[in-house]
Every structure is written in C-alpha cells, then in structure tokens.
Design a protein around this ligand. Structure first.
Ligand code: G6P
Length: 605
C-alpha cells in the first residue's frame, strides 16, 4: 500500500525522490520521508506526517548535493500516524523503507532484545534492527540471513552506511519494479514513478536481491548467482499519469473511459466476434469448465457482480462471486473443471492474489483480468486478459471498472458462443451492442453539468440509498461504494425488492434514494419500489433509459440514459454514478483523488 522509490545516479536524488513520491502518493498518504546519502557517506533522514507536500516544504532549504537515496509514502498498518512511525527507519548502519507486514515482528523484537532500542511502533523498524545485527560488511549475505528470519510480505529498499551510492532491495509479494536508465538506476513500488525516465523496466523477482549502483541494476538469487530478469516495456507515457488540464485525476479518468473501452475491445474483435488468440487463451478454457468462480475486491468485485448476473442465465453453469478476502475461508468447491476469473486493476491486491493461489492449488484454471502489465497476478495466472485503461491514479476506480466490464462482456460472449449458447449471429450482435455503449458513455460525460446540479441536495444529507433489481442492483453496489469512499456520505445499496424487509424503516424525507431501473422485464416492479420510498418522503433520483415510460411526478430528478440494450446499461450508468460521487465530493470540498484512510493498491491483508 505504501509507495517506495530509490534512486542512485548523476542527478539530484532529492529531487527525483520527491517527484517520484508525488507520483506514488495515491498508494498511501499518511506520512512521507526520504533518506539521502550526503557529504560522501552520511545518510540523512527527513520525514513527516501528512502528505508529500509537507515533506517538500521540509526539504526546500536542503542544498547539500545528494545522488543516492530512498523515499516512502506511508499507509499506516503497525503504529499510528506519527513522525517516528514514518519511514525511512534507521538502525545502526542500516536505513530502510518497507511496504508490507512483518508478521513475526513480536518474536523478532524478543529474539534480538530490541525493546529498549525501538523509537517507533512499527514492524519495519524491528526489521531494520534485525538486518543491522546480521550485517558484517557483506550486504547480500546479510539480506539472505535477514529474509530467512522474516514471516509476512515485504518490499524493502536498503541503504548501508558504509556503501554510499548503492541501494539494495528485496521483495516477497509486495511489488517492486526497477530500471537502469541514462539518468541512473531507479527502483519503485509502481511504474508511475519510473515512466518519466524510461519505458523499459523489470519486475523484481520475488526472493531475489537487487543491487542498484549509478551504473547498473544487478539481480542475484539467494545463493548469490546473478539472474537476468526479463525486460518489459510499458505502453503508456508520462502524459497518461498527469492531470492534463483536468482539476482531478478522477474527472480525467472518467473522461478517458470511451477511449479505454476502444483499446480494450477493438484489438479483440475478429470478424465481428470476440477472439482471444493474441491473448493466448484457448477456447477449451471456456468449453471445459463446469462452474465459474469470480474473485476480486472492491470495485473489481462489483464488476464481477455484473458479470455473474449476465453469465449464469446465459451459460447455464453455476457462477459465484466472492470477495477475495473471504474466498479463502469459505472452503470453496474447486476442481479441475472450475474456471476462476480473477479481476484486479493493479494485479497486486494481496487478498486477490492469495485467492488466486488457492484456486490454482486446488486445480482450477485461472483467468486474470488485469490492468497493470507484468503485475504479480498477471504473471501467476494461467491466462491473462489485459485491460488497456492506462494508469489509474485516482483512488476511486472509474475507467478500470468499465474496462473490466468490457473484458468480462467479451469473455461472456466468447464463452456463450463456444458452448453453443449463442449463435455466430447472436455473438456478433452482442459485440455490436457492446460497441454502442461507447457513444452512450460519451453522451453521459457531456451531460456532467446537469449531474452536478442534481447532486446539490445530496451533499446536505448524511445518508443515501441506492436501489435496483437484478443487474441494476449490481450497478447500485458500485454507485454506493463510489459515493461513500470519496464524499464520506454513508451510502448503501439494496436490492429494491428487499427494502421492505427492514431498510425501509430508515427512509424519510432526510434520505435521498438513487433508484436505477433500466431492465425492461422488471421495470414495473422496480418502479413500484420507487413509489414505496417516495411515499415515505424520500428525495428520489431515478435513472432509466430514454424510452422508459415513467410517471413524471414519480421522482424529484429523472435522469435518462441513452437507449442501449438492457444487458449493456451498466456503461452509461457507471458514468452517471461516478459523476454523482465526484460532484458530491467536490461540493463538500473534500480531497477527491486521495480520500481519507484509503489507498489505491491494497497490498496488506
Ligand atoms: C482498493 C482500491 C479500489 C479497488 C480495490 C481492488 O480498495 O481503492 O479502487 O477496486 O482496491 O483493487 P484491484 O487493484 O485489485 O482492482
């Protein structure tokens, strides 16, 4: 969850670290710090609570030249948000930054008699002291003994006081990418910090030691043998990670959705049909499975809910959706005929990764829908379908959700075709309907001002409910998540028919209800539920298709989305729900892109 960066080379390390931390801040923003090798060898740590901007203020008068250093943005796990708990941590000759959790830090504290030495409450400082006590002048040997002692997940970048100009790194689970560039050597938890300098990078292999010097990046296995990790190339540039005139990344990313959808769908269409030959996914994967598990977290899980609502009725095979952190403890039924679809924007979410490993061990084939190329989930999955959203920086996911849906719709179509549930003609019509959502999304984006006006009454209220049936219920879940995560309005989604079994007790004129009714076959029933909440005084925002016949006095606000096929309404609906959340956050004066307590990439359990 934390952001990590390290640099050694001819340029100003301080400048590169601070800029890199700004790029990485979406990974965590409780506190930030850097450690720079100054004056030949002294390692100077500057750290503070708050955002990277606070750290930049602290550093603005630092004139000392520095060409080697490490930096960190924190998302607190062990220990509160204090300066002491911020990284880097120093212990004797060791200065380090850490992303992950050292589970046995308590035993290590006892084993190494650290009680009196620790100045923070973090597991990371314990790790620093353990490494210092194992260090006898040979960094690789010390790191090898160090990781033997650790239980948990980690990405470490380490400076040794007697090795100026060198950075060492090692990871287990937590991500790290590295590159040697003309500007020096650089390592980071995330590509966004690397792309200003290079498009070529390596994913640091797990349990291998990386040594960065100003002239090269070398990698060694734990037996000391040098290895040559594959060099990958990223296909987006710095512009993709900038706001480009938009006030927030979230608004920019909402606008990028139509293009991202084209990038994800079009290369996979051949003769009007979805075709995964270039992705290396054979039809047997779809033909042979007798059940499907979909596993993901957060927004990605909500994309899975939409897919399930379409998939099971169409394919007539059991399809389940699980929250990744629960999946492992559900003792799920898995066999060789199970297909597990893993959805993850980052490809690093630890619970999703653990769930995927469990499914694989139990014999399931795994197909990952992932945005970040070369991420752990992408590398470990049997098959990968990359979404091409480009970097998503706002913590609240928008374009990643729509491209995940697009990829899932393609899977559903191919699967139905190869299983004989849809003819060639029906599949081609499905693809055509899918492409029609692109202008529909563009139309909704153009209407953002209308949505901004409509949101005003919402922001004065502490609660909101989203209701819908079937597919509309699956969309509601994402609408409620978006609203609560960035506007802090308590929001919940309910299956509209379930409302009377308890929740309607909470409806009053103080409670806005956002009702989604886009499915023709259950439209009348959804509208009855809208009447029920209206009768209890709710302020109702109703979202239907253009052609839907609804009494004009039924809702306080009625938003019409273009008339796309019922199966595909999620795409324009997603834009409306994202804009509702965006403007609610904006009108409340909150930090849209970096809401409190959250982080973009959740790499701790
Ligand atoms: C975090 C993010 C969400 C995201 C979820 C799953 O909670 O804030 O936006 O949906 O993690 O992340 P993933 O990278 O696995 O899609």
């Amino acid at each position: 969850m934390c952001g990590i960066i390290g640099y050694t080379g001819p340029l100003s390390a301080r400048k590169i670290l601070l800029e890199g931390l700004s790029q990485l801040e979406y990974r965590g923003y409780d506190s930030a710090g850097i450690a720079c090798v100054e004056d030949g060898a002294a390692v100077r740590v500057t750290k503070t609570t708050g955002k990277v901007a606070e750290l930049k203020k602290l550093c603005q008068n630092d004139r000392e030249e520095t060409h080697c250093g490490i930096g960190h943005t924190r998302w607190a796990t062990h220990g509160g948000v204090t300066r002491e708990n911020a990284h880097p941590h120093q212990a004797g000759r060791v200065t380090l930054i850490h992303n992950g959790i050292i589970e046995n830090y308590h035993q290590l504290t006892k084993e190494y008699h650290l009680e009196g030495k620790l100045v923070s409450q973090t597991d990371s400082e314990v790790a620093a002291w353990v490494l210092d006590s194992l260090y006898d002048g040979d960094p690789k040997a010390a790191i090898r003994r160090f990781v033997e002692k650790l239980e948990g997940s980690y990405g470490f970048c380490i400076l040794f006081a007697d090795r100026p100009g060198e950075i060492y790194a090692i990871r287990r689970v937590s991500p790290l990418v590295a590159a040697y560039t003309r500007a020096g050597s650089i390592i980071a938890s995330d590509l966004t910090a690397l792309i200003p300098y290079t498009k070529k990078y390596m994913v640091v292999p797990e349990d291998q030691i990386v040594k960065l010097t100003p002239y090269q990046v070398r990698v060694f296995d734990l037996d000391g043998r040098e290895t040559q990790p594959e060099i990958l190339e990223v296909n987006w540039d710095t512009d993709a990670a900038m706001k480009n005139g938009f006030p927030h990344f979230m608004l920019k990313e909402i606008h990028e959705q139509p293009e991202a959808l084209k990038n994800t769908i079009l290369p996979r269409i051949s003769k009007g049909m979805p075709d995964f030959s270039d992705d290396g996914i054979p039809d047997e994967v779809f033909k042979q499975c007798s059940q499907v598990h979909i596993v993901a977290c957060g927004t990605a899980m909500h994309a899975g809910m939409v897919a399930r609502a379409l998939m099971e009725p169409l394919l007539r095979v059991p399809v389940s959706v699980s929250i990744a952190s629960e999946f492992r403890y559900e003792d799920p039924l898995i066999d060789e005929k199970t297909l597990t679809i893993i959805i993850s924007q980052s490809g690093e979410t630890i619970d999703t990764l653990a769930a995927m490993r469990l499914a694989k061990e139990a014999g399931s084939k795994t197909l990952a829908v992932v945005n970040v190329k070369g991420s752990t989930i992408a590398r470990e999955s049997d098959f990968v379908l990359y979404t091409h959203a480009g970097p998503e920086i706002a913590v609240a996911s928008t374009k990643a959700y729509s491209v995940q849906l697009a990829a899932l719709y393609l899977i559903i179509c191919r699967m139905a075709y190869v299983r004989g549930k849809m003819s060639g003609e029906e599949s081609a019509a499905f693809v055509k309907d899918l492409l029609d959502v692109i202008p529909a999304m563009e139309a909704m984006i153009r209407r953002k001002e209308e949505i901004r006006q409509m949101v005003r009454p919402l922001v004065e209220k502490p609660d909101a409910f989203f209701i819908g049936r079937n597919l509309d219920y699956a969309f509601s879940l994402e609408g409620a998540l978006k609203l609560k995560e960035i506007s802090y309005i308590h929001a919940d989604a309910y299956a509209a028919g379930e409302l009377k079994h308890g929740t309607i007790a909470l409806i009053s004129d103080e409670v806005p209800v956002i009702a989604i009714a886009t499915q023709e076959r259950i439209f009348a029933k959804s509208i009855s539920n809208v009447r029920e909440v209206k009768a209890r005084g709710a302020y109702v925002i109703l979202i239907t298709k253009e052609s839907a016949q609804a009494d004009e006095n039924l809702a306080d606000v009625h938003i019409h989305i273009p008339d796309v096929h019922d199966r595909f309404t999620v795409f324009p609906i997603a834009v409306v729900l994202q804009l509702i959340a965006y403007y609610a956050s904006l009108l409340k004066g909150l930090d849209v892109d970096q809401p409190r307590n959250l982080a973009k990439s959740v790499t701790v359990e």
